[in-house]
Structures are given as structure tokens and as C-alpha cells.
Design a protein around this ligand. Structure first.
Ligand SMILES: [Zn+2]
Length: 68
């Protein structure tokens, strides 16, 4: 009974954000695409730590990241 649903009528746009877990302060935030759409950027809301996740050209980016 496992049925996958794909909406293949149009190319799927890249995700607007990915989830990021900041281990420094144990908080979970969303990392959003930068203006150039070359990387996701997230800021730790507690210590203002910055995390940049470069988007891989092969599209094998993960959906979840952890910042140490
Ligand atoms: Zn932090």
C-alpha cells in the first residue's frame, strides 16, 4: 500500500529552505536560500552563529543539516 506521489507536470523548484540544527544552542531553524541561490544561510538565534550550506551542483543536497 505504499504509493508515491509525484507531481511531474513541471520541474520542481529547489526548496526554499532546509532545516538546520545548531548544536551550539540546541535550536532548530530554517536556512533560506541566499539571493544568488547558491547556498542556504542560517543564523543561530541565540549566539548569532552563521551557517552557510553551499548547494551542490549535482543536486544531492540533504534536507537536514547540523552545525557544530
Ligand atoms: Zn548558537
Amino acid at each position: 500500500m505504499t504509493r508515491r506521489q509525484y507531481n511531474s507536470s513541471e520541474p520542481r523548484p529547489r526548496r526554499e529552505y532546509v532545516g538546520v540544527h545548531f548544536k551550539c544552542c540546541k535550536v532548530y531553524v530554517h536556512a533560506y536560500l541566499n539571493q544568488e541561490r547558491t547556498a542556504y544561510v542560517a543564523y543561530c538565534p541565540k549566539c548569532a552563529g552563521k551557517m552557510t550550506i553551499e548547494i551542490r551542483p549535482d543536486g544531492s543536497d540533504s534536507r537536514f543539516f547540523e552545525a557544530t
